[in-house]
Design a protein around this ligand. Structure first.
Ligand SMILES: Cc1ncc(C[n+]2csc(CCOP(=O)(O)OP(=O)(O)O)c2C)c(N)n1
Ligand SMILES: [Mg+2]
Length: 319
């Protein structure tokens, strides 16, 4: 395989970090430590990790309500991430954003977003800016199958194509928008088919196979950087938990859940790396231990961080 070992291990590290973060977020939310809503990304880690392995610090991403994974894969640190979920001043947005509004312009993270489909025009705008300013940065837009039915999707792909903007649209098709099955909301199987309408490349990949995601993103990112315009990548995947924490997922079919759980992207990729000899069992255990230790520190950091001062209630808030 023609992928650098550092990249291969880095992708697994990110996937483990995201999974562990989400597992703790689940427990902490249930324990009342995290206010507001939490939408977990567990099960979809291969998408963010495979895509972001092709990006650098200058590149931009836009994220969604299910954004923790995108942010961690783009370089978000667990301390500041967890503090933001806790609503504490040590968080990326000083505790005023919470789970659905984490942003870090320094890291090129233009925000998680509570409005479905809102990231598409933002990523298109960021790509326009990089082209206008003549930098070689690109933008990646993560969004769901549900978001691909919004007008913002069609307007953004149209304009990005017409102006050949350096943006990669990554659709995370987890087959549901809340309790709404994809088959009840659209009359196509592959969302990547929509790329044809805009004269851009569109591919569908197994979103639970990080290497497949990595390869598809590599091509789309190279195309964007060369000035050849946007692409659409559809990653078929599955969220392990409810739409939000507290949703019991009664609408999901049992056999569907069982079959997708057997395609969990993490054990699949670990097995592959062990088989290829990229890692051995001791190195894998060390990687997992480091993630657990970093996460324990992040929870401690978030716990010790103070709530924002009331005198700052209007600071950094735009109206
Ligand atoms: C404009 C808008 N409409 C409706 C909602 C309510 N809502 C929140 S998440 C969601 C479903 C999104 O589904 P999808 O895009 O597939 O993302 P997923 O949750 O599956 O990751 C909806 C309808 C919203 N937040 N914004
Ligand atoms: Mg969905």
């Amino acid at each position: 395989m023609d992928i650098d070992k550092k990249i291969l291990v880095g992708m697994l590290d990110n996937m483990l970090r995201i999974r562990a973060f989400e597992q703790k977020a689940k427990e902490l939310f249930a324990g009342g430590k995290i206010p507001g809503f939490v939408h977990l990304y567990a099960g979809e880690e291969a998408v963010a990790s495979g895509v972001c392995a092709n990006l650098n610090d200058k590149d931009f991403i836009t994220s969604t309500h299910r954004g923790h994974g995108h942010l961690i894969a783009k370089g978000g640190q667990l301390n500041e991430m967890m503090a933001e979920l806790f609503g504490k001043s040590g968080g990326y947005c000083k505790g005023k954003g919470g789970s659905m509004h984490i942003a870090s312009v320094d890291l090129g993270i233009l925000g998680a977003n509570g409005i479905v489909g809102a990231g598409q025009p933002i990523a298109t705008g960021a790509a326009f800016a990089t082209k206008y300013l003549n930098t070689d940065a690109i933008a990646v837009c993560f969004f769901g199958d549900g978001a691909s039915n919004r007008g913002t999707f069609h307007e953004s792909l149209n304009l990005a194509s017409a102006w050949k903007l350096p943006v990669v649209f990554v659709c995370e098709n987890n087959l549901y928008g809340i309790s709404n099955r994809q088959t009840d909301a659209m009359n196509i199987v592959d969302i990547s088919d929509r790329a044809k309408s805009y004269g851009i490349p569109g591919v569908t990949v197994d979103g639970n196979d990080v290497l497949a995601v990595y390869e598809a993103a590599k091509e789309a990112v190279a195309r964007a950087r060369k000035g050849d315009g946007p692409s659409l990548i559809e990653c078929k995947t599955w969220r392990h938990h409810g739409h939000f924490e507290g949703d019991s997922s009664v609408y999901k079919k049992k056999d569907e859940q069982t079959s997708w759980m057997s395609k969990d992207p993490i054990p699949r990729y670990e097995k592959k790396l062990l088989e290829l000899g990229v890692l051995n069992a001791t190195e894998l255990a060390a990687l997992r231990d480091k993630v657990d230790a970093d996460l324990a520190s992040a929870i401690d950091f978030a716990d010790r961080s103070p709530y924002p001062n009331v005198s700052e209630v209007l600071t950094d808030v735009l109206a």
